[in-house]
Design a protein around this ligand. Structure first.
Ligand SMILES: NC(=O)c1ccc[n+]([C@@H]2O[C@H](COP(=O)([O-])OP(=O)(O)OC[C@H]3O[C@@H](n4cnc5c(N)ncnc54)[C@H](O)[C@@H]3O)[C@@H](O)[C@H]2O)c1
Length: 503
């Protein structure tokens, strides 16, 4: 037996009136439901009510909400003086300190006062729902309801199924999530749930790229923003969330998946933590920050003091390079003249492997990432010992059609292919192990992290075979298990099936 989530006067209890509890209370009352909010700290629930009142009044002033609707919403918030005051709630959402022992105690207190059919949900970001439920008597009504900060602005909510959560409870929470104006996704009770797990690839692969000296944090960010459409580069994002938050989360998830190398982070991350360079909050991270907290981006001089290459030879046939060189009016020689740049656009291969495979003069070989795109920002790389003037002439040639040209060190998959393939591979693996449906994984990544594409659909966008090839090359060249392709991706790529095809 479960509650009727559609009923008009649904009552929601909220335990914990901090940043998250306030937000959850706000979206509940603006969604037409009644809220009782409780906090053990003296005056905290009252302060939360005042805060929500001011937020709703501001929405009314800005014309986003009718005056009478705003007043009615404010009238539906009550301060609870004790846990007992939550006795008649249909749903209680816990949003207290992230500590399993204290959460279990609160769940036991709640079970002792609420009705048998009341749903009790936790907003925990890292504790397993089944671990909290293990202290409870009626575990089928315990679930996760994981919101994102700031709640009123972040549309996503993860409905997390504990081991014993009943199907009715999951369905009811989806309905209530929608009534709160959120987009619910149903997620398995596993480390990092959906969004925190799916977000690991972007930052950790970027940290590894910088650790290997392939590019600087600013170059990586510029490539991911300009060429791939991410709103923020991985290092801006690491700084914004705070290294003291994302480093421990990375460890929890890595260890939660029993040291799966695909999820590992790197010593550079820990060094930043140890140095207290936590990002925006300490006004020092990968970036420097002004007194008002605004980011100071280092000025990168992108002028290229070289004459553009006019004649080139192709390492191997490439439709993308043919088209690009035609547009640029560059002459493509039929045979190597021994002096012109040799151009290639490898998928997953580095210049060194390419030069050896094709028996090319590595000093004149320049690789361009046409698979990610060259117009907003082009990326080029060359093997160690390459002729600097030749590389500059190719960069000058690209500058004519590109918003910026970044030179990185030789490396399998450039920057963008590598990071995008890792995001897509993790998305596919999440689909394989049933973290959520592939469609919900995509929704989660777009709404929870503002990614331009969901991580599963990213594999389709890159071409699933290309994505698989990048990972296979990375795995072959580096010998790292980190690049092990997901079987979900491998099967759909080899069978040429749409990436969302169910098993
Ligand atoms: N802040 C985020 O970005 C974020 C995002 C998603 C999930 N979460 C999770 O939400 C929960 C709350 O986070 P927050 O950022 O709102 O924390 P917060 O510190 O802002 O607020 C926690 C509130 O809980 C109260 N509290 C502590 N123990 C209590 C108890 N036994 N009974 C009643 N009230 C109690 C505190 O007085 C405080 O007001 C945590 O589990 C956190 O992991 C946080």
């Amino acid at each position: 037996m479960s509650i009727d989530p559609q009923k008009q006067d649904l009552k929601i209890g909220i335990v914990g009136a901090g940043a998250m509890g306030r937000g959850i209370a706000q979206v509940s009352v603006t969604g037409g439901m009644t809220v009782r909010i409780f906090d053990t700290a003296e005056g905290a629930a009252g302060a939360a009510k005042e805060f929500i009142t001011s937020m709703i009044s501001r929405s009314v002033d800005k014309g986003r909400m009718e005056k009478n609707e705003g007043e009615a919403a404010i009238g539906r918030i009550r301060v609870a003086k004790s846990v007992e005051d939550l006795a008649d709630c249909d749903l209680v959402v816990e949003a207290i300190v992230e500590n399993i022992t204290i959460k279990q105690k609160v769940f036991q207190q709640l079970e002792a006062v609420v009705r048998a059919d009341t749903i009790i949900a936790s907003n925990t970001s890292s504790i397993r729902i089944s671990s909290i439920a293990s202290a409870c008597t009626h575990r089928d009504r315990i679930a996760g309801l994981h919101f994102f900060n700031p709640v009123p602005l972040m549309k996503l909510v993860e409905v997390i199924n504990g081991t014993d959560t009943s199907a009715e409870v999951t369905a009811a929470l989806q309905v209530i999530g929608k009534r709160m104006g959120r987009v619910p996704v149903v997620v398995k009770d596993a480390p990092g749930f959906l969004v925190n797990l799916g977000g690991r690839a972007y930052s950790t692969e970027a940290l590894l790229i910088v650790s290997e000296g392939v590019a600087t944090p600013f170059q990586v960010d510029a490539i991911m923003r300009d060429a791939c459409g991410f709103r923020m580069g991985p290092f801006e994002l690491l700084d914004l969330t705070g290294i003291d938050v994302n480093f421990p989360v990375s460890l929890i998830i890595y260890n939660g998946y029993f040291q799966d190398k695909r999820l590992s982070t790197f010593p550079l991350h820990e060094s930043m933590m140890e140095a207290g360079r936590l990002g925006r909050k300490t006004k020092a991270g990968f970036y420097a920050y002004a007194e008002d907290g605004s980011i100071i981006r280092p000025k990168i001089d992108e002028t290229i003091a070289a004459a553009p290459a006019r004649r080139v030879v192709l390492a191997e046939p490439s439709g993308a390079l043919d088209g690009l060189l035609r547009d640029l009016g560059v002459n493509v020689l039929a045979a190597d003249d021994g002096v012109s740049p040799i151009l290639a656009d490898p998928i997953g291969e580095d210049c060194t492997a390419l030069a050896v495979r094709l028996g090319l003069d590595s000093k004149r070989l320049v690789a361009i990432d046409t698979h990610t795109g060259v117009f907003s920002r082009a990326t080029v790389m060359a093997a160690p010992g390459a002729n600097g003037e030749i590389v500059l002439s190719v960069m000058a040639m690209l500058k004519a059609i590109s918003g910026g040209v970044t030179r990185i060190k030789d490396n399998p998959g450039f920057v963008a292919q590598r990071i995008r393939a890792m995001i897509a591979n993790l998305g596919c693996e999440m689909a394989q192990i049933g973290i959520a449906t592939p469609e919900d994984i995509d929704k989660g990544m777009k709404l929870g992290l503002n990614y331009p594409l969901g991580s599963v659909e990213l594999a389709e966008n890159m071409g699933s075979r290309n994505c698989l090839k990048i990972l296979e090359e990375l795995q072959k060249i580096t010998g790292e298990d980190r690049y092990r392709p997901s079987q979900w991706l491998r099967r759909r790529a080899l069978l040429d099936l749409p990436i969302h095809t169910p098993d």
